[in-house]
Design a binder for this molecule. Structure first.
Ligand code: ADP
Length: 731
């Protein structure tokens, strides 16, 4: 039976491949839960193929193993996605209990059906195995669902595309395998070379596990070419042995497995290099993208945002598999990881401990690559007196490995770049800067751009390194500009503080004058008796003291650093509570101020408003300030037309391609609006147009909202009246 022999030897080959891939994971010594679950998955595939070899046992045992395949696949995908995609919400680790329960039930049914197979009364039980086989098909498809789940929640386009490959190849592998195992007229009736796809997939998953990231299309292409070529080679060997040389089938398997083990590595290297060469045109495109990035970066002010933009473009170009940016910490003692993609680099680089690398970057002002370090290492080996140099090179190489970098590019401050370049041309040796020379990184190096391409070793052409260095230089300018901006902000703050102190003095002097005047009237006369109307003056003293107290405590509120207690909040309910507080205040005012008619309050609250993160007490203070301002702006409207409308809604804001969702809260009144002069001075402390105002309500509110990551806008309404809008970012 040559066909059957062919099928079983293919199964044996598959089993061997599964074992090799599973064994590779086991031997790697990595013990993360995802490695463990991957081992379960490859073991179940291995057992399935293995049992398919022995034809007598084949049906029951192979099927028993097959039932494990979808379960272990889903288990692996979930654990692995959980580990590697932290930004996405995934259900709890492992397979849900129901799947385990179904698996156990399936296995029990299978056991039962074979145990009663000889009993003619239990003929129905013979239908169980085909039924279970049929059920495996949908469950295999379903087991890819965690990938789909993550795909839907992932924002990054690159990740999305990669996940799509994983899903696509997975679906294809399952479909081809199923087709091949279907009975003859529809399918092929047994395992064939197409089943190799399932191995390709296994290998594909295995690679993603070790690269700690998802593969991209070039890599995928490279690996698929390698595997396909490999399979072709093996089948040629197989054919040669069976059809031409008529070797025994079980010896064939041994030979084939040996061929596989010996040839795999060299073949892989050769073919991957070929694929790399084929994709050079893509490199040109990538270089263009990087050049564009260089010109867009100056528009970004915030360093972290600049790093994010730079890394996302670098990731999209697919030129690098791993990249990270470190920026100098405020105290200058180390470098902090600000952003990365690909691997998981260290969070912090201590400046003192990593001196050799930093020295080299500062002294040479050139990128450091592993390849170059190796070359220099060879050069120094065997030379007299070069032990220290070799040690330094080793230390630098170790740091690069720790940073998961094939090359490290320094981010230099622009000021010192010229002098440093001059220094580097003077110094001939890389080790010119001795270990104990004084080294102030903050003046010479403000960050590191670490890059790596895991696909090949000889990777960075000097033109590319130049371009990446230009990007790093641009990042350096952004960092410096932002420091300059911070300093300017600090100067402005001090100037504003000076102005405010003058305003405060003025605010205190007025009531103090009134108190002094009143106190002079109350002073007892020569007869020691108080004047008749002393009571009125005492009231003035008390009222003015209250006002003083209010001004001082509001000022303190303004000047005090942020002490908010932030929790997820429903803005609508904060508004409802504010209105509940506002009503009695208005009633009280109506009772003291004749002719004051409390305005009607209309709430237009958007149901199911997303939550914000904030301090309810502080936000209530903001809303109350704005509502009271509106009420006061309409105080002269006694005809009942006064109305305050509070509206909540959504406002998306776009920044650099990413859209953020915000909540807006509008306070619309029907007063006389904000006059143009006042509009210019809104939000400036102590600016007020009210006789008894403090001019601190709006500045305090703005500060609170800014501390929540939002801002307040003010504008006049076309039909009269003012609108104040509070914008807060959603949770
Ligand atoms: P205060 O209420 O003590 O004057 P604020 O900082 O709250 O202090 O307000 C500053 C100024 O802004 C007010 O004096 C007023 O001129 C103007 N203003 C605030 N809200 C409104 C409003 N709803 N309509 C018109 N003008 C307003």
């Amino acid at each position: 039976m040559p066909a059957a022999a062919g099928i079983s030897s293919i199964s044996a080959l598959m089993a061997a491949l599964c074992a090799v891939i599973g064994g590779a994971v086991m031997l790697s010594g990595r013990r993360r839960p995802s490695h463990q679950t991957f081992l379960y998955f490859s073991t179940s595939l291995f057992l399935w193929h293995l049992f398919s070899v022995f034809r007598d046992l084949r049906a029951p045992l192979a099927l028993a193993a097959l039932l494990f395949v979808p379960v272990t696949l889903i288990l692996f995908l979930r654990t692995w996605l959980r580990e590697s995609v932290t930004s996405v919400d995934l259900p709890a680790r492992g397979a849900p209990r129901t799947i385990w329960a179904l698996l156990i039930l399936g296995e029990l049914l299978l056991f039962y059906s074979y145990s009663v197979s000889s009993d003619p009364k239990q003929a129905w039980a013979t239908r169980i195995p085909p039924l279970l086989k049929a059920l495996v098909v949908p469950s295999l498809y379903l087991s890819l669902s965690p990938l789909w789940q993550v795909y839907r929640q992932t924002v990054s386009r690159v990740d999305k595309r990669r996940l799509l490959y994983l899903i696509g190849v997975g679906l294809l592998a399952i479909t081809v395998t199923v087709w091949e195992h279907l009975p003859a007229p529809i399918g092929r009736g047994g395992a064939a070379l197409g089943t190799v796809l399932s191995i390709v997939y296994l290998y594909f998953l295995h690679q993603t596990l070790f690269l700690e990231r998802l593969l991209d299309i070039n890599e995928l292409l490279g690996r698929v070419v390698v595997l396909s070529a490999f399979v072709l080679l093996l089948s040629a060997v197989h054919m040669l042995l069976t059809s031409i040389l008529h070797v025994e089938p079980n010896q064939v398997v041994t030979v084939v497995v040996f061929v596989m083990l010996i040839l795999y590595e060299p073949l892989r290297r050769f073919l991957e290099a070929q694929v790399q060469r084929l994709t050079t045109h893509e490199r040109i495109e990538q270089m263009q993208r990087m050049a564009e990035l260089k010109s867009t970066l100056p528009n970004v002010i915030e360093p972290r945002e600049a790093v994010r933009v730079a890394l996302s473009v670098l990731e999209e170009t697919r030129r690098l598999t791993t990249a990270s940016v470190y920026l100098l910490e405020a105290d200058g003692n180390g470098f902090e990881l600000v952003g990365s993609f690909g691997g998981r680099p260290v969070e912090r680089l201590d400046a003192a401990a990593r001196r050799p690398l930093l020295h080299r970057l500062v002294s040479r002002h050139q990128p450091v690559t592993l390849e170059q370090l190796e070359r220099e290492h060879d050069l120094y080996t065997g030379r007299r007196g070069s032990v220290a140099d070799l040690e330094t090179l080793d230390a630098i190489a170790r740091t690069l490995v720790e940073l998961q970098a094939g090359a490290v590019i320094g981010i230099y401050p622009t000021r010192s770049s010229e002098s440093a370049r001059r220094a580097s041309t003077v110094s001939g040796s890389i080790l010119q800067v001795s270990e104990d020379s004084s080294f102030v990184p903050s003046e010479q190096l403000i960050g590191l751009l670490c890059i790596k391409d895991e696909r090949s070793r000889d990777v960075f052409a000097s033109a590319e390194l130049d371009l990446l260095s230009a990007i790093a230089a641009q990042l350096g300018i952004t960092v410096q500009n932002s420091q300059l901006y911070e300093r300017m902000k600090e100067r402005d703050r001090l100037a504003a503080l000076g102005q405010m102190a003058a305003g405060l003095a003025h605010e205190i002097r007025n009531p103090l004058g009134a108190i002094k005047g009143a106190a002079e009237f109350i002073a007892p006369g020569a007869d020691g008796r108080l004047p008749e109307d002393a009571g009125d003056f005492v009231r003035i003293v008390i009222e003015e003291t209250r006002r003083l107290n209010r001004v001082v405590s509001q000022f303190l509120d303004y000047a005090r650093p942020w002490r908010g207690d932030e929790v997820p909040l429903d803005v609508n309910s904060v508004i409802e509570k504010t209105v509940a507080v506002l009503k009695p205040i208005m009633e009280e005012q109506a009772s003291v101020q004749p002719g004051f008619v409390a305005p009607s309050i209309v709430l237009e609250l958007l149901p199911e408003l997303p939550q914000v993160r904030g301090d309810a007490e502080q936000l209530r203070q903001v809303f109350l300030n704005l509502a009271l301002n509106a009420v006061q702006a309409m105080a002269d409207k006694s005809d009942g037309s006064a109305q305050l409308t509070i509206v909540t809604g959504l406002r998306p804001t776009g920044r650099l391609g990413s859209v953020t969702q915000n909540i807006e809260i509008r306070f619309q009144d029907k007063g006389s609006g904000i006059d143009p002069q006042a509009m210019k001075n809104l939000f400036i402390p102590f600016f007020t147009t009210k006789e008894r105002g403090t001019g601190l309500g709006l500045p305090i509110s703005q500060r609170i909202v800014e501390n929540h990551g939002g801002f307040i806008e003010a504008r006049n309404r076309p039909g009269g009246g003012a609108t104040f809008v509070v914008i807060l970012p959603c949770l």
